[in-house]
Design a protein. Structure first.
Length: 86
């Protein structure tokens, strides 16, 4: 995965993360179906190139984000349905 310094990509397209859907699951935890576009994204003190769009099901536990990333929306929606079955 290509990496660069922030100053070298200041005019390059950035990856944009959008929450598409929110659902409640076990223990009242909120799960988020998330889409992220291709482009440059933060990676600590550097940036890395996300070479394709991605889908995720994410949740927050103890002030930390957890979850799983997928290549397709269908895969992510299947995981969301499994994790939000109460």
């Amino acid at each position: 995965m290509p990496k660069a310094e922030y100053s070298l990509i200041k005019d390059a397209p950035r990856s944009i993360e959008t929450i598409v859907e929110r659902k409640e699951g076990a223990h009242g935890r909120e799960y988020r179906l998330t889409h992220r576009t291709q482009g440059w994204e933060p990676a600590g003190s550097m940036v890395r190139l996300r070479e394709h769009d991605g889908w995720a099901v994410l949740f927050t536990l103890d002030d930390s984000t957890h979850g799983q990333w997928f290549r397709t929306e269908t895969e992510a929606r299947i995981r969301l349905a499994l994790w939000t079955k109460v």
